[in-house]
Design a protein around this ligand. Structure first.
Ligand SMILES: Cc1ncc(COP(=O)(O)O)c(C=O)c1O
Length: 416
């Protein structure tokens, strides 16, 4: 028996950068009875969801939905457009960019990695894990590839392990400047629906995303948004695909169905989440992005008041999804996290691989608001003090000041 439903009182604070807190409205939608996935009602649901999800990716082209975690959608993106031995240019901005490289190797592809060299003297963290993609490095490498050996450029839009975003339109411009035919493959598993993301306008060929972050759903659904060029390439690519093959799915999706049993109840949830995100009464997608931007500013004001370093070293690419908090040398970030979990019922994200024990992550995605974030920051501040971390000042006070001085872009309905 799990303890999940047996909290003495109140809700657990899930402040990791995904899975994110799921709104009650979405949970209720998912509790509807599971229906026949070949029946008429399902076809109507499928068509609705596929239409709405295109608006979330800001695309007119097909979006493929898989009953899989984000890792599955990474594999789908690579296997549909690549042939054995193809070269990829993969930019390393953190743990997830690194994991995608490892997958490419397992699939028999040849990833060439670009990363900023060196280590930050103040924090001891790798520079590449504190900055976003530098498009000029991609441009220089593609210029040198006169034989056009590189099949695709792969970048992560929002690095969940670091709290750094990257300018995807700048990467597209860099590719175009060289007239190189490489495809642009982008992972926005944690960026979508919290940070602005424009599949068509930014010229992305395959966008990979997942359900358990900005879409406010449980894990279990993932996506490939396609460009016409990627679809055309998939006809000639020779890595084997079966479950992940786009052609059969795109064909059956035209009538709202899938070639296999889809994740029916998660699709109910997705339909509801899209309605919430696109709801014009709450400002639609632009206001969704504005809300996360503001929450991120509030959280960063707390970290700055504590006198701790934010992992992202470049304010121009701060993530609206999460904030990486670097511990002073000698403090074990995981011990601080454990204390906050045990004393205050709040989960924070652990540091991954190269930054394990050096930092923790505060998620500001999914179903949150000013006061849930204030509570999470209070848990952090109490835990940091209990762990003996010397703080310069009160982050809680700084965040309260920030939120009070900066009203939410769309005011809540006025109380009667
Ligand atoms: C940026 C990014 N890429 C890929 C993944 C892997 O996705 P999943 O764990 O759903 O397979 C994650 C998961 O957190 C992620 O944040």
């Amino acid at each position: 028996m799990l303890n999940l439903d047996f909290h003495p009182t109140g809700r657990h604070f899930l402040q990791i950068p995904g899975p994110s807190p799921v709104p009650d409205r979405v949970l209720r939608a998912m509790s509807l009875p599971t229906i026949d996935h070949r029946g008429p009602e399902f076809g109507a649901l499928g068509l609705q969801v596929l239409g709405k999800v295109k608006q979330i990716f800001q695309t007119r082209h097909p979006v493929v939905i898989y009953p899989a975690s984000g890792t599955g959608a990474w594999e789908a993106a690579l296997t549909n457009v690549c042939s054995p031995g193809d070269h990829l240019l993969m930019y390393e901005t953190g743990h997830f960019a690194w994991l995608w490289q490892q997958m490419a190797k397992r699939l028999g592809l040849v990833p060439e990695v670009i990363a900023l060299p060196g280590t930050c003297a103040a924090t001891g963290l790798p520079n590449s894990w504190r900055h976003g993609v530098q498009a000029d490095l991609i441009e220089a490498r593609l210029k040198a590839d006169t034989a056009h050996q590189i099949k695709a450029v792969c970048v992560v839009h929002n690095e969940t392990s670091t709290g750094v975003t990257s300018h995807i339109a700048a990467v597209r411009r860099a590719i175009d400047a060289t007239k190189h035919p490489a495809l642009l493959l982008v992972d926005t598993i944690s960026g979508l629906a919290s940070a602005d993301y424009q599949h068509d306008a930014w010229g992305v060929d395959v966008t990979v995303s997942g359900s358990q972050k900005g879409l406010m759903l449980p894990p279990g659904i993932s996506f490939n948004a396609l460009s016409p060029k990627a679809l055309e390439m998939s006809k000639h690519a020779t890595l084997p695909t079966a479950f992940w093959a786009w052609d059969e799915i795109v064909e059956m999706n035209k009538s709202g169905y899938w070639p296999y049993t889809p994740n029916t109840n998660l699709l109910y949830g997705l339909n509801e989440a899209c309605d919430m995100l696109l709801d014009t009464r709450h400002g639609g997608l632009p206001m969704t992005f504005a809300r996360h931007h503001r929450w991120a500013e509030g959280v960063r004001s707390a970290v700055k008041a504590w006198g701790l370093a934010i992992q992202c070293a470049d304010a121009a690419v701060y993530s609206p999804v999460l904030t990486g908090v670097v511990m002073p040398q000698g403090v074990d970030a995981d011990a601080v996290r454990k204390l906050i979990y045990e004393r205050f019922d709040c989960s924070l994200g652990t540091g991954l691989s190269k930054v394990k024990g050096r930092m923790f992550r505060i998620g500001h995605l999914g179903d949150c608001n000013d006061l849930t974030l204030m509570a999470a920051l209070a848990g952090c501040e109490m835990g940091l003090k209990l762990a003996g971390v010397k703080l310069h000042g009160s982050g809680v006070q700084a965040a309260m000041d920030y939120f009070s001085a900066h009203a939410a872009p769309v005011a809540l309905a006025k109380a009667a």
